[in-house]
Every structure is written in structure tokens, then in C-alpha cells.
Design a protein around this ligand. Structure first.
Ligand code: RM4
Ligand code: MN
Ligand code: MN
Length: 424
């Protein structure tokens, strides 16, 4: 299905008067509103190909129908999101879930929708039907060199496919670890993983990055070989300048201070990018900003401060990706909400009075420092985000437009009610 410009224009004209009133108010409140709007127009968040179908749990999966049946339809879905919000101009693929048979046609289709290919993801956490080696006891860490080689070759193949598509990064998330004390020699597991990652690193083109993603637990429940940012940073430092740490918000133990982790990784020039989502308990993969919006704001506050301190380009220099997929919402509506939450947190962080904050910090004025941050967090910046969409030719209210134009019903009509997307 395709959304036409005239449809969005009619949706926008219905909402315009109210939007303009709200925008006038906020531009009086925030001195740098125009520069914030431009940064929001530029900012793009990659959509994961595996979040376009309804996610399941090990207890069940309830499809909402019309799920994309192949990579072409996944690109079509992300094209719809991008048309609606103007901020989802990239796709992150997972191999082998998304192998492209005809790379040129896939590239052309993505370009038609204004999409580029963000980081490629390898998969050594599942055995494929015809696979000669098993990842049951790990992949890059495995005690058997033949299994390690299988996993290394897979990652190199993912890089090859990514090069053809114009991607510039590989994300490695490993399920490797152990379920019981004594199962694994920690040092040997680390060394095997490092040796394997070195071979993958050696296959990276010069302008590529490798992101080492960490996660505290699951599917292994006693130890994870890349379990936290310290372990990831160890690998990234040992690998070299093209290796970075990737922060997935749901991959920490409860109450971790993620914003401090982000600040220090940036300082060390080792922050590669993000997988945005939210969680209450663990790797819940809930909609970004749905549980802890203040935390999301505090993370962006560190990002803006840290990137500006190093003169970084907000749009280009880090990988901005969503990694969420769950059970009960329409996946496209969910992704619209995630993108909106990320844009709001970014806009709020851009509106923090940095000079006043530095002055307050320098004299240990704790209450004032807190006030400055909360002032930004409690300001309703949604009209700035909506204005950025309007200037990009997208919808003032993407979710409302999604429903008004019956996008899901159209997708079900075209694809059927029982389709199941590849992914989790
Ligand atoms: C993992 C991790 C990875 C993602 C898989 C599907 O928990 O977040 O980034 O590739 O899930
Ligand atoms: Mn992730
Ligand atoms: Mn995860």
C-alpha cells in the first residue's frame, strides 16, 4: 500500500490551526527552538527489520495480520513509517532472516522509499535448518574451533552482503555464555571470542565499524561472555579503532545508570550506537520511553553534551537504531510511538540550558542543577517534533494518520490475515 502526499496534506490541514497555536507558545518559551527543529528534521532512526511482525514470547504469538512476508514488504512497511514521520529513513537487517536475493532491486526499492541501510546484524544464536555445526554451547566462544569458524564465516558473509547494500557497520550480539557454574572457563571463553572477533574485524572494509553489543543475561542465565559494557569495551579496545560498544537499553541489570555508561563510552570514543527500547524487568523490548521516559531524556542529555564536547555530528557519528518487538500492539503503531518518544527525548535534551547547568555544577548548586534538567524534561516539546515532521512533508500526527488511512486494514487486504514475518 502507498500513502499519497495529498492524503497527508489533508490530514495536516485538519490539524494545522491547533498545531500553530501550540508551536507559537513553545517558540516563545524556548530560545533555540528553530535550531532544535532543524536538528529534528535531520535526525533519523533506523527501524529493525525484525520488529515489523508481532513479537512473540515463548508462550505464544498473536499476529495482527498483514505482516510483511519478505524483505520487499519489510521495506514497504518502513517506507510507510518514514512517510508518516519523516524520521525513519533507515533499516537495520538481520541475516539470515533478511537475505536479499537481488541486491540491486532491493537497493533501488529502499532508495525509492528514501531509506538507507544501517548496521547489519549477524545471527549465531539460532541453528539454521541445514547447518553443519550447532551453536547450542555458544558460537564465537565455542570450545570447538570448527564451530567458531562457522560463526566467523557467517559474520564475514554478513559483512559481504552489507557492503553490497551500502551498509557501513556490523552489529555482533552473542548469546554466548553458560547456564551453570563450572560449565565454562571464563578466560578461555573470552580468549576464543576475542580471537574470533579479530578474524571478523580483519574482514571489515576500511570505512566500516563493528559494534559489540552486550547483554546481562538470557538465553544464558549464569554467565554471558559479553555481559556488560566493561566486557564489551575490553573487546572493543583490544580489537582496534573500528570497534565500538553498542548500548541496548534493555540489556542492563535493574537500576543500572545507563546515562553514566553512555557518557563514559563517549568520552573514550568507544560509543558506537544504540538499540532503543524500554524495559521494566530485563530485555523486555517494550516501546521506547513507555516505562522510563526520564531515563531516556537523561541518556539524550549525556549524548548531546558529550557529542557537542567532541564536535560530533549528531546525525551521522553514532548508530541510532530501535530494537523492540513485543506481543500486544500493532508493530507499526508501536514503532511510530518509539520514534516519537526518541525524538521528544532528543528535543528536550537540546533545550537544556547548558551554560546555566555548568554554572550550577561549578558551585555545587545541586537543587538548581536538578531544576534545570527537570525544566527541560517537563516542557512539552511535542509541537517542535510535529513541526519537524511538517517541514519534512510528513504527518503532524503519524498515529492518527495511520488509523485514519486504515493502513493495517489495507495491509491485511493485500497480504492476508495469517502472514508471519521472519524474526523473533
Ligand atoms: C537480542 C539483541 C540483539 C538482537 C536480537 C534479536 O536480545 O538485542 O540486538 O539482534 O535480540
Ligand atoms: Mn539489541
Ligand atoms: Mn535484546
Amino acid at each position: 500500500m502507498k500513502l499519497e502526499n495529498y492524503q497527508l496534506e489533508s490530514h495536516n490541514s485538519d490539524l494545522l490551526a491547533k498545531h500553530e497555536r501550540q508551536l507559537d507558545f513553545i517558540t516563545l518559551e524556548i530560545s533555540n527552538a528553530q535550531s532544535i527543529i532543524q536538528k529534528l528534521v535531520d535526525f533519523q532512526i533506523a527501524i529493525p527489520s525484525w520488529a515489523l511482525g508481532t513479537g512473540g514470547t515463548r508462550f505464544g504469538r498473536f499476529s495482527s495480520g498483514g505482516e510483511p512476508r519478505n524483505l520487499e514488504e519489510k521495506i514497504e512497511d518502513i517506507g510507510l513509517l518514514h512517510k508518516l514521520n519523516g524520521s525513519s529513513g533507515a533499516i537495520s537487517l538481520h541475516i539470515p532472516w533478511d537475505v536479499a536475493d537481488n541486491t540491486n532491486a532491493i537497493k533501488a526499492l529502499a532508495a525509492q522509499h528514501g531509506l538507507r541501510f544501517d548496521a547489519m546484524n549477524s545471527n549465531t544464536f539460532q541453528d539454521q535448518p541445514d547447518q553443519s555445526q550447532s551453536y547450542k554451547f555458544g558460537s564465537l566462544q565455542h570450545v570447538d574451533k570448527a564451530v567458531r569458524k562457522h560463526a566467523i564465516d557467517h559474520n564475514i558473509e554478513v559483512i559481504r552482503q552489507g557492503v553490497e547494500l551500502g551498509s557501513k557497520a556490523l552489529t555482533v550480539w552473542l548469546a554466548d555464555g553458560s547456564c551453570f557454574p563450572g560449565q565454562l572457563n571464563f578466560r578461555k571463553a573470552f580468549h576464543n571470542t576475542l580471537e574470533s572477533l579479530r578474524e571478523i574485524y580483519a574482514a571489515l572494509p576500511n570505512d566500516w565499524k563493528i559494534f559489540v553489543e552486550y547483554k546481562a543475561f538470557e538465553p544464558n542465565f549464569y554467565s554471558t561472555t559479553v555481559g556488560d559494557w566493561g566486557q564489551s569495551l575490553l573487546f572493543a579496545n583490544k580489537l582496534g579503532p573500528k570497534a565500538y560498544t553498542l548500548v541496548d537499553l534493555g540489556h542492563h541489570l535493574p537500576n543500572a545508570n545507563i546515562e553514566q555508561i553512555v557518557s563514559l563510552l563517549l568520552m573514550e570514543e568507544k560509543l558506537g550506537g544504540f538499540h532503543f527500547n524500554d524495559s521494566k524487568y530485563g530485555d523486555d523490548d517494550l516501546t521506547a520511553g513507555s516505562i522510563k521516559p526520564y531515563q531516556l531524556f537523561l541518556i539524550f542529555n549525556e549524548l548531546v553534551e558529550g557529542m557537542d564536547a567532541r564536535g560530533m555530528d549528531h546525525r551521522e557519528d553514532l548508530g541510532w537504531m530501535i530494537d523492540a518487538s513485543h506481543n500486544v500492539k500493532d508493530p507499526l503503531e508501536d514503532l511510530l510511538q518509539s520514534v516519537e518518544a526518541i525524538m521528544i527525548a532528543y528535543a528536550q535534551a537540546l533545550s537544556v540550558d547548558r551554560v546555566a547547568l555548568q554554572e550550577a555544577q561549578a558551585i555545587n548548586d545541586v537543587a538548581r542543577s536538578q531544576e534545570i534538567l527537570q525544566q527541560a524534561f517537563r516542557t512539552d516539546v511535542r509541537p517542535l517534533v510535529a513541526e519537524a515532521r511538517l517541514r519534512s512533508g510528513a504527518a503532524l500526527s503519524p498515529l492518527q494518520a495511520f488509523r485514519k488511512f486504515n493502513v493495517r486494514q489495507e495491509l491485511i487486504k493485500n497480504r492476508g490475515a495469517k502472514t508471519v514475518a521472519t524474526g523473533l
